[in-house]
Design a protein around this ligand. Structure first.
Ligand SMILES: [Mg+2]
Length: 144
């Protein structure tokens, strides 16, 4: 069952994909995101892995790092936005402080928001909630 289907059935399942090469960052992001009620996190460790996971399940939001081996976040954002199936998925990029150029490129490629490392859980939750609510028109996305 996809996140969309679960929502229709009222089981409040939100599916988030976290694409990040650092296991520590993946863990921190996952920990923050699980504060959102009904949200399930799937992890991928680079852009190629991310695209593979996106082909397997339908995600409600994509959160991606920029600097990653194999396929970086800029390439991933570009490919996702060019794909008819994913053109409306909210995308949050995670960048390092001072990487203003990467940030701008990602936003130009179609990312919706960015979060700067070091990440803080409340900031991640607020950003993701806002995007999910804006897309679904729901105002009932709760924290656990
Ligand atoms: Mg990285």
């Amino acid at each position: 069952m996809t996140g969309q289907d679960a929502k229709r059935q009222g089981t409040a399942s939100i599916l988030a994909l976290v694409v990040e090469d650092s296991p520590t960052m993946r863990q921190l992001l996952g920990f923050a995101l699980r504060r959102i009620k009904g949200l399930r996190v799937v992890e991928a460790d680079d852009g190629v892995d991310g695209l593979k996971k996106m082909a397997e399940e339908r995600f409600d939001i994509l959160i991606t790092d920029i600097n990653m081996p194999v396929m970086d976040g800029l390439k991933l954002v570009g490919l996702v936005r060019k794909d008819e199936r994913y053109k409306n998925i909210p995308i949050v990029i995670i960048t390092t402080e001072g990487a203003a150029e990467d940030r701008q490129r990602a936003m130009n490629l179609g990312a919706n928001a960015y979060i700067t490392k070091p990440i803080q859980a409340p900031q991640v939750v607020a950003c993701v909630r806002e995007l999910l609510e804006a897309r679904s028109g729901r105002l009932d996305i709760e924290e656990t």
